[in-house]
Design a protein around this ligand. Structure first.
Ligand SMILES: Cc1cc2nc3c(=O)[nH]c(=O)nc-3n(C[C@H](O)[C@H](O)[C@H](O)COP(=O)(O)OP(=O)(O)OC[C@H]3O[C@@H](n4cnc5c(N)ncnc54)[C@H](O)[C@@H]3O)c2cc1C
Length: 467
């Protein structure tokens, strides 16, 4: 490996100002948001075109230098942490290449910030529905590489379902151009799906064709209190069965989670008069401005109340109130920090088992540590929970976090028993690499290793992640 020779070639090809070896320039690329890992880089290289990305990969391949692609570096599993590698920053690749409103597609560089994609789509009267709390800084390439989920999966699917075609630079510098804008295309193996969710281990995504949808003209948001998660699941079933795809979100909060937010978040107030064990935050949207969504929701919540599925509910009377309800849910992760250490899981089970997961998971946590404070919350309607556990009051944070593997195995064993997934949204990265070996089908792991070896025989593409 000759890193110096690779960097000299890249200075010639990209210009010296796009090959940053300064400590200040590299520092933001060496750590990740949870503070669990930090790494080292030999340079941050910022190509401005697909051809320049190919130059980077050719030089890296010639000299055997590892490359770690970086979008917004908002990933939560350590997938972007480099070890003596070139960090390939996609920040300069932020062009909207084309928007075809009639075909409901847009073609974008992978370095486009998600929020800016929303804005350009909205200007064309369309919706790009991927919605994450990190949307102001995460990039489409990172969203694709992690197959991000977010708040609208129930109605529109994960990032995988929102992409039609990809352009990818392979580890040897070849450009795979599959920027199809087709809804139907049966021409052999689906290579797009191979790169989506591959966390930068198979190639660099440089552009994508994204699916667009009609802009919602109406939305109503409700917050309902239930006696337990099983009642919340019955409410979900009633809603889904009655309004089908108009149900665009169905999120779950436990009482403990709401209490944390009410305690620590500025201006947060309890939307309901009394406490309830379980809460559902649900939203109906429609592109039809004349649809009576509010009337429909009021009718369904009335029925849910009569049937004993909910104990109380409120519907946002204005967009400001809708946003206030959403803030309760969206600030939950952040507010947990004020309660000390938090052991986190991001798991999925069939929706029919999600209430069982809460019951069994909470029981397993309390058995491990009777004073711990389980806080399972999240995308209930997708069967996806962020099964977090807050440390007992007064316990040493480090002592609590040292039990992370025990909690992992307890929760992941329950999830595996329900034929679920140990990573619903965030990927494997470094955090779940060992857990993947434990829970993934061994033949599936063999196939993944064979694909990795075929595309990246030198092992230079984001080494040590996923596999
Ligand atoms: C506050 C907050 C809320 C979040 N909410 C959600 C959520 O609801 N749902 C969810 O799924 N995630 C969520 N995340 C996680 C994160 O935002 C997503 O995973 C996001 O998709 C990552 O995008 P990024 O551009 O920041 O990628 P990065 O963090 O830069 O990279 C993530 C991984 O993708 C690879 N990568 C990045 N760009 C490319 C590329 N162009 N080609 C190939 N590989 C690439 C990296 O090497 C790394 O392995 C959240 C994060 C935060 C901080």
């Amino acid at each position: 490996m000759s890193a110096a020779a690779a960097l000299d070639e890249l200075r010639d090809a990209l210009g010296a100002s796009h090959v940053d070896t300064s400590a200040e320039g590299m520092a933001p690329h060496l750590t990740e948001g949870r503070g669990l890992y930090s790494g080292s880089a030999i340079a941050v290289v910022s190509p401005g075109s697909t051809e320049e990305v190919a130059e980077v990969m050719r030089a890296a391949s010639r000299h055997g230098v590892p490359v770690v692609p970086h979008g917004g570096n908002t990933g939560l599993v350590g997938g972007g942490v480099p070890t003596d590698a070139i960090v390939l920053s996609m920040r300069r690749m932020n062009r909207i290449r084309e928007i075809d409103a009639l075909n409901s597609t847009m073609t974008v560089d992978a370095g486009c910030i998600l929020q800016s994609v929303h804005e350009v789509a909205a200007d064309a009267g369309r919706l790009f529905p991927l919605s994450l709390a990190s949307q102001g800084s995460c990039q489409i390439g990172g969203n694709l590489a992690t197959n991000a989920g977010g708040l609208n999966v129930l109605r529109y699917g994960n990032t995988r379902e929102l992409a039609l075609g990809l352009e990818v630079v392979l580890p040897d510098g070849r450009i795979l151009s599959d920027l199809t804008a087709l809804r139907k295309n049966n021409t052999g193996y689906d290579l797009r799906d191979l790169f989506i969710g591959s966390e930068g281990t198979l190639g660099v995504i440089t552009a994508a064709v994204l699916k667009l949808f009609p802009l919602p003209r109406q939305r109503v948001t409700a917050f309902a209190g239930c006696a337990d998660p099983h009642k919340a699941l019955a409410l979900y079933d009633l809603m889904r069965g009655s309004v089908a795809e108009n149900l665009s979100a169905f999120e779950y909060l436990p009482r403990f989670g709401l209490e944390i937010v009410l305690t620590h978040a500025d201006g947060a107030t309890d939307p309901l008069a009394g406490p309830h064990a379980a809460y559902a935050l649900l939203e109906l949207t429609s592109p039809d401005a004349s649809a009576n969504l509010r009337g429909t929701l009021e009718g369904l919540l009335g029925r849910a109340f009569e049937d004993g599925l909910i104990e109380d509910a409120t519907i946002g009377a204005s967009e400001t109130q809708n946003l206030a309800l959403w803030r309760l849910r969206e600030s939950m992760s952040e507010m947990q920090k004020f309660e000390g250490g938090s052991i986190k899981h991001d798991v999925a089970v069939p929706v029919s088992r999600v209430a069982d997961l809460i019951d069994e998971g909470v029981a397993a946590c309390l058995k491990l540590m009777p004073d711990c404070r389980p806080c399972p919350f999240g995308h209930f309607g997708d069967g996806n929970l962020h099964f977090n556990i807050t440390q007992p009051k007064g316990m040493e944070k480090a002592a609590f976090l040292s039990r992370w593997p025990d909690f992992n195995h307890a929760i992941h064993d329950i999830v595996a028993g329900m034929h679920g997934s140990i990573s619903a949204e965030h990927g494997i990265g470094l955090v779940k690499r060992e857990e993947l070996k434990r829970y993934k089908d061994p033949v599936a792991l063999e196939v993944m290793r064979a694909i990795k070896a075929a595309l990246d025989p030198q092992g230079i593409m984001n080494p040590g992640k996923v596999l």
